[in-house]
Design a protein around this ligand. Structure first.
Ligand code: PBG
Length: 338
């Protein structure tokens, strides 16, 4: 057998762990990762989320433990969602000074500040700025009956509420507000409301390219969603790429400080495109269904859990995300330190 005269042998750089480490292009770090957390009003202890094994709804008493862990792990941020005890058509608890999300933010702010020495980086505190957890119908905005009798999710009246929510969240200690409702003009209205109230330093993470996705399924359990139907009149059709850039460009023009693509795993092409064109940092949300799929398969022994998690998150970073929201943030940070 003669040796072929191959000059190009890519395998040379894969021959051992040292080479592989040296040439690795994409490296995860705890600082890239943002942990989504849920706090539910009225709970006496944290409650497991069945469709998201390992994740819980926090009680107000258990929340600080999770926030502490995020600080200790050196995570880039925390994204807080609130689940109120009482819901109504207009989502009143979202704009109540003492609403569960505001209380959770104040508590998280306190925990973070208590644990962080002056001048040291701390996880950035982010708040979900959306109505779906607070409305009894489960939609992300207010409903309006059109003259023809059809009920629609009303864009413009919802914007006013988002502006109020953002100011309350900023006052409660959020560094970042995160409009995820896909109403037209939401970033601009929130920026104006924040600035008018003096919160000029509060940043906006815009859910810019957010698709109507089946992969949000387990999240609906996580927030006890009451939604009937779907969100296809405001979230985008997963078939559309051009529209994802259009939405992102609109948010950039309205002053988004960070733009996000969601879900991450089924939108890597969109993410790549946004990352090439955006001049602000780009985030991606590895959503509940992506989490549930890997957990379910790993639970049955069908895939290797740790390798699958690292591969899925690395792919999101490789596609162009600077910031990754993932329910595995704490565990990943742990592995990265090991
Ligand atoms: C809406 C919101 C959703 C998610 C984050 N923010 C649900 C939706 O749009 O229906 C989903 C996140 C996930 O699935 O992990 N406020």
């Amino acid at each position: 057998m003669t040796t072929p005269s191959l000059v190009q042998r890519p395998r040379r750089l894969r021959a051992n762990a040292g080479f592989r480490r040296l040439v690795q292009e994409t490296r995860l770090s705890a600082a890239d990762l943002v942990l989504p957390l849920f706090v539910k009003e009225g709970l006496t202890a944290s409650a497991p989320i069945e469709s998201m094994p390992g994740q819980v709804q926090h009680s107000e008493a258990s929340l600080p433990t999770a926030v502490k862990a995020a600080v200790k792990a050196g995570l880039g941020g925390i994204m807080l969602f609130g689940i109120p005890a009482r819901r109504d058509a207009v989502g009143s608890e979202a704009v109540a000074e003492d609403g569960i999300l505001q209380r959770g933010l104040r508590s998280a702010r306190q925990t973070i500040d208590d644990l962080t020495a002056a001048g040291q980086p701390a996880p950035v505190l982010m708040a979900d700025t959306c109505l779906d957890e607070f409305t009894d119908h489960g939609h992300c905005g207010l409903l309006r009956q059109r003259p023809d009798g059809q009920t629609v999710v009303d864009n413009d009246s919802t914007l006013t509420v988002y502006g109020q929510m953002a100011c309350l969240q900023a006052a409660a200690g959020a560094d970042v507000v995160s409009p995820s409702g896909m109403m037209d003009g939401q970033v601009g209205v929130i920026r104006a409301a924040l600035d008018q109230a003096g919160f000029t330093d509060t940043a906006i993470l815009a859910y810019s390219a957010k698709y109507a996705s089946a992969f949000y399924g387990p999240f609906r359990e996580a927030v006890d969603s009451t939604l009937v139907g779907d969100r296809r009149t405001y979230q985008m059709d997963p078939a559309n790429a051009r529209e994802g850039w259009r939405e992102t460009a609109l948010d950039l023009a309205q002053g988004a400080d960070i733009v996000m693509v969601k879900p991450a795993g089924t939108s890597l092409d969109i993410l790549h495109h946004v990352a090439r064109r955006s001049d602000v940092p780009v985030a991606a949300y590895q959503v509940s269904g992506e989490y549930a799929m890997i957990e379910a398969a790993a639970g049955r022994g069908w895939i290797d859990r740790q390798t699958a998690i690292i591969e899925s998150v690395t792919a999101i970073k490789r596609a162009g995300a600077n910031i990754i929201l993932t329910y595995w943030a704490l565990e990943l940070a742990d592995w990265l330190m090991a």
